[in-house]
Design a protein around this ligand. Sequence first.
Ligand code: SF4
Length: 418
Amino acid sequence: MAAEKQPARKKIESTGQMMKIMSEYFYDLNDAAAASDRKVAWCTSVGPAELLRAMGFAVHFPENHAAMLGATRMATELIPEANTIGYSPDICSYLTADIGAHLKGISPLARAYPGIEAPPRPDVLVYNTNQCRDVQDWFSWYAREFDVPCIGITSPKNFTDVSEILVDDVTRQIEALIPTLEEVSGQSLDMARLRETVALSRECTELWRQVLETAMAVPAPLTFFDGTIHMGPAVVLRGTRQAVDYYRQLLAELQQRIADGSGAVDDEQYRIYWEGMPVWGRLRQHSELFARLNVSVLVSTYCSSWIFPDFDPEEPIRSMARAYLGLFIVRSDAYKEQYIKQMLEKFRIDGIIYHDAKTCPCNSNSRYGMPQRLERETGIPSLVISGDLNDLRCVSDEQTVTNVEAFIEQLEERKDHA
Ligand code: SF4
């Protein structure tokens, strides 16, 4: 029997540096929780992290912790723990896995970082519902559990244009958070420090955009699967110098790959857009599956969601409002389709894969006719795969492989007939 072709994927050398700064970040959070003179805020991944950082909080992102539960395949067994206290298996599996982990006293941080037992105890929880309502429910549960304040922004949704009325609304909501945060932190907001933090977030976001845009090159020097790992600093360390320095290093490495004509996947034949969440517990399998087929899944809405071109240190709070309203997930299908169309062109895409994540309807854009509309308008074929971000009971590995292989054959036939 002929040996199956081994997938060829290339290691990103900067990964070691990323792991170092992520480790420093987690140990700092752990120290902050233990120190009497420091305060910890929990923040949603696209919440007002800049404000929290500028007010001296150490900032923990439960979604990052939940993604770690997924990537380490701990999530599926923990979800039923949250189900038993009334949180349905049909709602966000980040929420159910994270609350389940807390109830069981388990954390992937303890495995990865000796000396850390659990996420840091919060002094305040701050959410933004721009992504979904689940984050508010999630944070409210912890507020009751720890008996600490839970405050946030209730974001408008499903709009096409970011109007000044919407920006006014969210600006006022961010401003309204400040008195509680000042009370918890014991310090007044220093506008100079906020400007500096927003400037660093702006720089981080710009570098992250450049990193992702290296995939415009043929062959692409990085894949979506690389992106899901390397976006860590853009999520948890934006607003810091460490994130900026890291993305400079990563960008230089990827630019060198382009100069060398070195693709992330050997002999790249097809270029795919990934729409939706990753399946965290299957990152490696999916990455190898596509590499084996000489397919580069090279761009995604998900990784691009941490590009915020609107941050402006001259107008820190208003520009934060504008940035967090500009997010893809908050917008109407009309906007989303325009956005995806220009990405397809920019990255020279041959096909789209939609991940219909069972427990995240907000990040599953295949349910209201979008694949059909986009296919009609662009002629670019698409495939919908059913799965989930964290709950592996919703994932069928055999079906994914069969469907992806058939889809790539379809792309091959199109190429042959072109
Ligand atoms: S956007 Fe989806 S994955 Fe993220 S918190 Fe909301 S429901 Fe969960």
